[in-house]
Design a protein around this ligand. Structure first.
Ligand SMILES: [Zn+2]
Ligand SMILES: [Zn+2]
Length: 478
């Protein structure tokens, strides 16, 4: 169980690395820019102003470097204590030092930088990666490749209770497949969506016994769930990445040939893909719906691409599925029609701002008709999504969230989002606020809030007021 941060002494939450002259948040496991510490304590850890004073007094004792200076310092030690270790990839092309976490990103790198398709184990190899910062200053680094000694544990300096960094090669420290499946069926199953416990505990694992892609998705979600519960134990996150990267190509093979036999497994997989993606994308810098390195058409992230195309893919088996073991998972993405008076009052101010924004687009000539329509449609669907979420009250769940707005926005909108058009980003910000209702789910948590900050970071000053309004609405509670 994670301790309440405010119950921690400053030095227990914030640790100073004197080698890199940087403050690292032990719970979040990343470094904080000096000027961002106070905000981090307030926004991420919900520490009130008066309680923040001892923390700020503590950090003021240390000289701090700017992120750019930290990133460019020569590396003496690897892994750097208190930072997570990721199972990543390293480009093997001559002097290229490109590092990343996912195969899709590496493939994109090969196409854009080396002008051809790259191949696993030949053009890149596995490497352990760390990063000091998240967000805009995220920069992976790796250490000299050396064989970790089996069973060796590294006691980290400056840590009260010795912490062990688990190296991926220490196989025995990793949960086995049986342990992950057991964890899924004794714990994870009950955390996915209320009312579907039986389905996730029994029906889905049962189907998975004859469909490896589904089994690996279960293992990945179980590992990701463990990673969320034990953020200091990196082996779980590494496991999650590993099983998901095995599952994806198997799943692609399956959707290329949908049959009576695999249609239920495909539907189950598409749902676990949402759990996995929300839980894992927080470690990436994507925009939840799209990522310019996505292997899917139109830059859509895989979860969304398969969600949007699920009906077409599974169309011929609709009846079979809706009377089968996963029938509970069949639902439509219909949103209620709205009239202004049905809107929840608490949202009035925000929605007026959104309407004003859309209105002003009409007047300006900066936008083509097509773009304007894409934004208006996306804005309208958002309003309807908020109304539906309001109507559903506490029954609103992650499937409702993904079946609504992200499924209904036009590809023109997602293209504008991929281009980081300010209005597209602001609309995504509204969607983040909608997800606040789901923060009790471990795979969502405060990820939407962090995404709001990421969005703000990508916007020019004149647009900040929109995101600031959403952030303060998040903090006040909806
Ligand atoms: Zn933190
Ligand atoms: Zn390269």
């Amino acid at each position: 169980m994670t301790q309440e941060p405010s119950a921690l002494h400053p030095e227990e939450l914030l640790v100073y690395d004197d080698e890199y002259q940087v403050i690292i948040c032990q719970q979040c496991q990343y470094a904080l820019r000096g000027t961002a510490i106070d905000r981090h304590l307030k926004e991420v850890h919900k520490i009130l102003r008066s309680s923040r004073r001892p923390y700020m007094a503590y950090v003021s004792k240390f000289p701090l470097l700017e992120p750019e200076e930290v990133i460019n310092k020569p590396l003496n030690d690897f892994p750097v204590p208190f930072l997570p270790v990721f199972d990543g990839l390293k480009c093997m092309d001559g002097s290229c030092s490109y590092l990343c976490i996912s195969v899709k990103r590496m493939q994109k790198h090969w196409l854009s930088e080396h002008g051809r398709h790259g191949y696993d184990n030949k053009d890149w190899q596995h490497a352990l990666l760390q990063t000091f910062f998240r967000g805009n200053s995220l920069r992976y680094f790796t250490g000299p490749s050396k064989e970790p000694v089996c069973g060796e544990s590294q006691v980290m300096k400056g840590c009260r209770s010795p912490r062990i960094i688990k190296m991926p090669d220490n196989g025995y420290l990793f949960p086995s497949k049986d342990e992950l499946l057991d964890h899924f069926q004794t714990s994870t199953f009950s955390t996915i969506v209320k009312g579907e416990e039986d389905l996730w505990r029994h029906a889905v694992p049962e189907i998975a016994t004859s469909h490896q892609f589904l089994m690996h998705a279960i293992l990945a979600c179980s590992a990701l769930h463990l990673a969320a519960k034990h953020p200091l134990q990196q082996q779980y996150l590494i496991c999650a990445f590993k099983y998901q990267s095995i599952a994806m190509p198997l799943f692609r093979d399956a959707v290329a040939k949908v049959t009576e036999d695999n249609c239920h497994a495909i539907l189950g997989f598409m749902h676990l893909l949402v759990v996995y993606s929300f839980g894992a994308e927080r470690h990436e810098d994507s925009l939840l719906l799209i990522d310019t390195s996505s292997p899917e058409p139109d830059f859509l992230l895989s979860w969304l691409y398969f969600r949007r195309n699920g009906c077409t893919l599974l169309g011929n088996y609709k009846e079979l599925i809706s009377s089968g073991p996963l029938k509970q998972l069949c639902r439509c993405s219909h949103l209620p029609d709205i009239t202004t008076e049905k809107l929840p009052q608490t949202l009035d101010v925000l929605l007026v701002a959104l309407e004003d924004l859309l209105e002003s687009l009409h007047k300006g000539d900066e936008l083509s008709m097509e773009d304007c329509q894409a934004f208006e449609q996306a804005g309208h669907q958002l309003l309807r999504s908020f109304v539906r979420a309001g109507n559903l009250g506490s029954d609103f769940n992650p499937w409702d969230a993904v079946c609504g707005w992200p499924m209904l926005v036009s590809l023109q909108y997602t293209r504008l989002l991929a281009q980081q058009h300010p209005v597209a980003l602001i609309l995504l910000g509204y969607y983040c606020l909608l997800l606040k209702k789901l923060q009790g789910y471990w795979f969502i948590g405060t990820y939407p809030l962090r995404l709001l900050y990421l969005i703000k970071g990508g916007l020019e000053q004149r647009w900040h007021c929109y995101i600031d309004a959403l952030i303060s609405r998040w903090e006040e509670g909806l």
